[in-house]
Design a protein around this ligand. Structure first.
Ligand code: CA
Length: 320
């Protein structure tokens, strides 16, 4: 009995804590945040205070951030989430419906339409899953209450800058549990740097305007160094199994193809010598190895995962 009483009083303490922490008007990190925004950006303190008083801490967000799919699933399961017939069909329809925009954007930015369409397909299934969390809740919860909060704390700052710059309502905007917004799931710093008003109506509408979203993803890839017409990656085999120990070391391109050859990788035919990284992907019955080049690296700038980049690239090949 004694231990049951102790347990139930602990439950009461925990639940009263979560009630008092359900909005951010009294959070210990609030005033330092406001002071930084005032000093760094001459921001209106009252606007931040009033906005964050209406933000809510969401336990579901803290739970979701702790289990990203890329870290848990092997490649063959990860791939099956994205490379589906339904998504492929939707991707081809999306390319067709926005052909004129893709023609112009491909010409302007030099990024293949299938890559842009693959990103939007993998991220949100062409707008079906853009996220149902209020971005203010996501970024306040993760920026103030997640142990590894520094990225989200910065993004909360960028979110306030973005809504001030573009006259948006910070309480209305929806996104993922991590604060990623619209068809291409841009976080606020990406919105500030890479969002494009393609149709020229004065709004960078990445939520409802597919043309703005297409141009914004293309501009993102261009700015990260997409190389028009260059290869993305090659499937390879090893002539020395020791090369495996260098696989998945880093997303950066640490060695040239000729150096990889010396380490035990069979060099791909028809690809000029250049910087490359080696990745191992786990199948149900064994492994596959890929040598990845600059354009593969650029895809990982969208989401820092070799499985993500491979899913986007393979999906783009299906959209051709
Ligand atoms: Ca627009």
């Amino acid at each position: 009995m004694r231990s049951r009483v102790l347990v139930s009083s602990l439950v009461v303490m925990l639940s009263s804590f979560s009630v008092s922490a359900s909005n951010y008007s009294e959070h210990p990190k609030l005033e330092p945040f406001i002071q930084e925004m005032v000093q760094e950006h001459n921001y209106d303190a009252k606007f931040i205070r009033d906005t964050l008083a209406q933000a809510e801490r969401k336990e579901s967000i803290l739970e979701a951030i702790s289990r990203p799919a890329e870290k848990v699933k092997p490649w063959h399961e990860y791939r099956d989430i994205f490379l589906t017939e339904g998504r492929e069909k939707a991707g081809k329809a999306f390319l067709k419906a926005h052909k004129a925009t893709f023609d112009a954007v491909e010409e302007k930015y030099g990024v293949p339409r299938e890559i842009i369409a693959a990103i939007i397909g993998v991220e949100t299934y062409y707008g079906r899953n853009t996220g149902s969390f209020r971005v203010i809740d996501a970024l306040a919860t993760l920026g103030f209450d997640y142990p590894q909060r520094s990225l989200f704390y910065r993004e909360l700052k960028n979110y306030f800058l973005m809504v001030r710059d573009d006259n948006l309502d910070p309480l209305e905007i929806k996104g993922s549990y991590a604060g990623a917004m619209g068809l291409g799931q841009f976080i606020p710093s990406s919105y500030i740097s890479y969002a494009v008003d393609y149709d020229g109506d004065g709004k960078k509408d990445l939520w409802n305007n597919e043309d703005d979203a297409i141009a914004s993803v293309a501009y993102y890839f261009k700015r990260y160094g997409w190389q028009k017409g260059e290869p993305v990656a090659s499937s390879v085999t090893l002539h020395n199994a020791d090369a495996d120990k260098y696989a998945n070391e880093t997303l950066s391109l640490k060695a040239t193809i000729s150096e990889w050859k010396k380490r035990g990788v069979n060099a791909p035919k028809n690809v000029p010598d250049q910087d490359a990284a080696l990745f191992r992907f786990d199948l149900e019955d064994g492994q596959e190895y890929w040598l990845a080049y600059k354009n593969f690296y650029v895809i990982t700038r969208y989401n820092r995962s070799s499985m993500y980049a491979r899913a986007v690239y393979e999906f783009s090949q299906k959209l051709k």
